[in-house]
Ligand binder design. Sequence first.
Ligand SMILES: [Zn+2]
Length: 168
Amino acid sequence: MRLRSPGFSGPLGIATPFAQADPRQGRGMPMLTGSCLCGAVAYEVEAPPGPVIHCHCRTCRKAHGAAFSSVMPVPRDAFRWVRGAENLGEYESSPGKFRRFCRSCGSQVFAERVAKDQVLLRLGCLDTPVTERPVGHIWRSDAAPWYDPSDLLPEAPEGSFRPPVERS
Ligand SMILES: [Zn+2]
């Protein structure tokens, strides 16, 4: 006799794994998921990837401590926090624009203008391996002078690259 777990086979014998156990039943599966560095905060988005943009504005540079922030707008009504919403800090970097970050690890996860129907994912926290190519760089007028996107720099697969040190 074959053992079958309930919910693993549909009425026509077609395998429908987890159909009865999936708490998402009745909702679409998330197309994008993301989380902070420590994992306390996580989100999902039931929408396909939006355009990827690199933002070099001063506030993105400061907030992320980086040359630029890669962002992706997604529809607000497709976005939901999966866990850790109570662990989010917020910073209003310009009037009405809130940058939300994990209070435990500091990851910048999300930004929004409250009146807009889109929110901005901070793509370093995206866990879904999207392969869309970025569409471009914005706020180049604010950019860090030490980073030029047109520079072709040497690359290393891991953190072992040692640039030559100039000595005079
Ligand atoms: Zn965290």
